[in-house]
Design a protein around this ligand. Structure first.
Ligand code: ZN
Length: 297
């Protein structure tokens, strides 16, 4: 039986908050089992469906989540405008699972969009919106983040600015979380410098910063680093030469301070990076060389 609409909204937002905590503790993604066995307020509350790419809880009037399938039977895709084309589910375009997704559009309810960059790796974009549908081509349009929706809906007075703006949002909301998941998995959930094995304390650092045009969201432009080594890398306390060796700034090496400085930073000087198992995932030597030039200058 459907709950009151107030209660539905409350549960929906509680589920979003719980999912955010879950993925933060896992390094930015979750597995199928974790999503199926998700608990909300002491009760099991699956965030994805067992067998379908859409989760329509019986007690909800609107869809809770969709899983974007890149090469699945439906083949959804994200266009250049950053909007996902999500195919209608089989059967009646106005009935079945399509009905609750359309209801989410009409009621402007936020949903969770899951991407699956790798098998059993679910990366959520929380607060995605169904902004429109294309009945002729049988798909819904799903945008990530409220701003991108507003910018889309406003019709954009300045097309170019709006395009750039949406592209930035897509980069941040859709591509970054996937980048993070790919990098952290490539490094088996450990810091490449100190091997710290706590995904909740790991970041996917960019070698060439993502504000640069070359700062592509590819694994080879990434390094799994713990928070301290990420900050040290970004602040040029720590550099990595193209032969995968860690270097600590000369002045910092001379400082005298507590155990974090001594063991966490100074003793990393000369350490060789712990690289991904797959050589195709190793950091780009060219990118490291570029970045290392800035460190030594
Ligand atoms: Zn570390």
């Amino acid at each position: 039986m459907a709950l009151s609409s107030f209660e539905q909204d409350r549960l929906r937002l509680a589920a979003f908050a719980g999912l955010e905590r879950l993925i933060d503790s896992r390094g930015g993604f979750a597995t199928r089992d974790e999503l199926l066995n998700f608990e909300l307020e002491g009760k099991r509350f699956p965030l994805i469906d067992y067998s379908r790419g859409i989760r329509n809880p019986a007690e909800f009037d609107e869809t809770l989540s969709v899983v974007s399938a890149d090469n699945g039977p439906y083949s959804d895709h994200i266009g250049d405008d950053g909007i996902l084309r999500y195919s209608f589910r089989d059967g009646d375009p106005l009935g079945g699972d399509n009905r609750k997704l359309r209801a989410a559009m009409t009621a402007k309810k936020p949903i969770i969009l899951f991407q699956k960059p790798l098998p059993n790796v679910y990366v959520p974009v929380i607060s995605s919106f169904v902004i429109d549908e294309d009945l002729a081509n049988r798909f819904f349009l799903i945008a990530s983040g409220e701003e991108s929706w507003r910018s889309f809906a406003s019709g954009a007075t300045d097309q170019e600015i709006s395009k750039q703006y949406v592209a930035q949002i897509v980069q941040r909301r859709v591509h970054q979380p996937v980048f993070r998941a790919r990098v952290i998995l490539a490094y088996s959930r450990t810091c490449a410098v100190c091997r710290l094995n706590h995904p909740e304390l790991l970041d996917a650092a960019h070698i060439i910063p993502d504000r640069d045009a070359e700062g592509i969201a590819h694994v080879t432009n990434g390094l799994a680093l713990c928070k301290i080594h990420h900050a040290a890398f970004d602040n040029r306390i720590l550099g990595i030469s193209p032969d995968f060796v860690v270097h600590i700034d000369g002045d910092v090496l001379k400082e005298i301070d507590g155990p974090m400085l001594k063991h966490g930073i100074q003793e990393m000087d000369g350490v060789r990076l712990t690289l991904p198992r797959k050589q195709a995932d190793w950091p780009s030597r060219e990118a490291l060389a570029d970045r290392f030039d800035q460190f030594v200058s």
